[in-house]
Design a protein around this ligand. Sequence first.
Ligand SMILES: O=C(CO)[C@@H](O)[C@H](O)COP(=O)(O)O
Length: 237
Amino acid sequence: MTQASLETIRAASPAVLPSLLLCDFGDLKGEVSRLADAGAKVLHLDVMDGHFVPNMTYAMPIVEGLRRHTEMPLDVHMMISDPLTYAKPMVDAGADLLTFHAEAVIDAAETAQQIAELGVSVGVALNPDTPLASIASCLPHVDMVLVMSVEAGFGGQKFNPIALEKLRALRDADPDLLLQIDGGIDASTIGPARAAGCDLFVVGSAIFKKDDYKAAFADLNAAMTSEIKTEMNGGQA
Ligand SMILES: O=C(CO)[C@@H](O)[C@H](O)COP(=O)(O)O
């Protein structure tokens, strides 16, 4: 199931992943159905503990509830202080890909290996101020790197272009590593992120603040490749 989910995520790439942070939590089932209709292939779930980040969201019961309503892979972004304590409960709840923050743990390589032993795909995330060197030792043990383009904790923040430098460096070092970006992704930032080598684009405001999710996905998908097409046309749009 897990390997299949990772393959589903890879096959869907490049892809826009709606971030379930700014959605209507009073109608989660309806939101999942509207997102699937709009073209979502993977759901990104923002788990926050009010300790690692100064904001709280939800945990296993919501993951488990979503699992019952969709077959889409569930990509769980754990913005929590103690990812190893909650990794197994998250897997049991139905997470397919579990991402922990490098800043939250003492040994990122050891953490990645322990999570992988649970039979789930593993991602490591790093905030804008965290250098790539801090995840170097765990890269052989992860399926994905999540490059934050805002400080983890809240939706609606401004995109930090330092993420583009990190994406380029990671892509140059490994053409096959799955790369995800999160924070301030909209029609103006998704193209540069794609051109920097990113595969998965986590989007909150630019979907959930729009009435028409289908139109939001269409705009993002068109903008995703616009910079690459422009480069191929020698700078002409
Ligand atoms: O994890 C986070 C924030 O910590 C993100 O998933 C944001 O929620 C994305 O929202 P926008 O920046 O797109 O509004």
